[in-house]
Design a protein around this ligand. Sequence first.
Ligand SMILES: Cc1cc2nc3c(=O)[nH]c(=O)nc-3n(C[C@H](O)[C@H](O)[C@H](O)COP(=O)(O)O)c2cc1C
Length: 402
Amino acid sequence: MPANLLVILSGSIAAYKACEVISRLVQQGHRVRTVATSSALQFIGPATLEGLTGAPVATELFAAGAALDHIELARWANLILVCPATANTLNRAATGLADDLPGALLLAREANQPLLFAPAMNPAMWAHPATVASVARLRHWGAQFIPVGEGRTACGETGAGRLAEPDAIVAAVTAALTPPGRRLRVLITSGGTAEPIDGVRVLTNLSTGRTGAMIAEHLAKAGHEVVLARARHATPAQGRVCEETFSSFADLDRLLTRLLAANNFDAIIHAAAVSDFSVELVPEAGADATVAPGKLDSHTARLLRLRPNPKLIDTLRERSRRRDIQIVAFKLTDHATPAAAQAEVRELLARAAPDFVVHNDLAEQTDTNFPATIHGRDGTSTACATRPDLAAALERLLSSQS
Ligand SMILES: Cc1cc2nc3c(=O)[nH]c(=O)nc-3n(C[C@H](O)[C@H](O)[C@H](O)COP(=O)(O)O)c2cc1C
């Protein structure tokens, strides 16, 4: 939903990155107004900010005709973002100084108005006890901090203190704007399991985990809390996604038990390609039947036996804290006729009782195309052409049901 966003820029070399953040927020439909310190205007011009937002940039507390801007702007904003936040601006805010426009605005802010700081400074300034104490104090007063990046800063020193990437800042703003009641806690599984044959060989599948990672990123950007349980070599997710990894079926099974017991998830999207079988060695005279931690001799061919794994999807609801958890299952068919695909989806809906089944067929899938249909338990169906379509549709469906 479009919101009124007030962005305060202070004098860091990273101010140019804040322009990218502002541009993206405007593109999302938000109304953005800016305040810049006089130091910030050493780095970017007022014309840039005015061009991006369509509104003049406010700079002076005592500007003619705008003497009460600090109250009006603070009341107008649904959220205040200080980006980039210099050491000076942070430390001043933590002492409650109000002798410039940013300081006065931050004091005039109402207690329930989200306030986010995106700091940017030299690593020594970020680690200084004055800054550390200011961050703690501002947090105590309800401010949120967008984690700084690590690496080489503009001044040539290496360490923590770089401005977060625009993506992360925009995601933090979106999350802060999402009312807690609409924020879902979602567990997503993705990627293929790897079943050990011995300590160095596995039986696996070609799942890349791209679908799960994309859904995770989309949900996180929409302000939801996301845990991505992905196969160790599967595509990781960018942004505010908490990741856990697994390797074999047994690993994933244990991970699910732990995560479902420890968290009150609202939804599970089970996109992982879980092996239908685990591997056992056929017992031989003098040789162990269990999968060895070491390497089987390359010159002796051992017989392998496949042991069926139980279907994890069938047990997710009973293992979850909430019995009304929304479950999304995936069904991949291979060159199935529409009738055969329907029958498979119906069988899965009847057996595992998920709320939705995402069906796709290998014949239609390419690197970029991912046509899929989301079948609801209530008989509804939603067609999606691509992975981003699928992610957006799942977000809509899960949010509207909770
Ligand atoms: C080239 C240059 C880059 C600077 N970059 C930063 C920075 O990234 N972070 C910071 O805290 N201060 C930085 N400073 C110092 C601030 O601009 C200075 O402390 C200023 O007083 C901050 O004022 P303000 O917080 O009112 O914008 C930089 C100064 C210069 C000259």
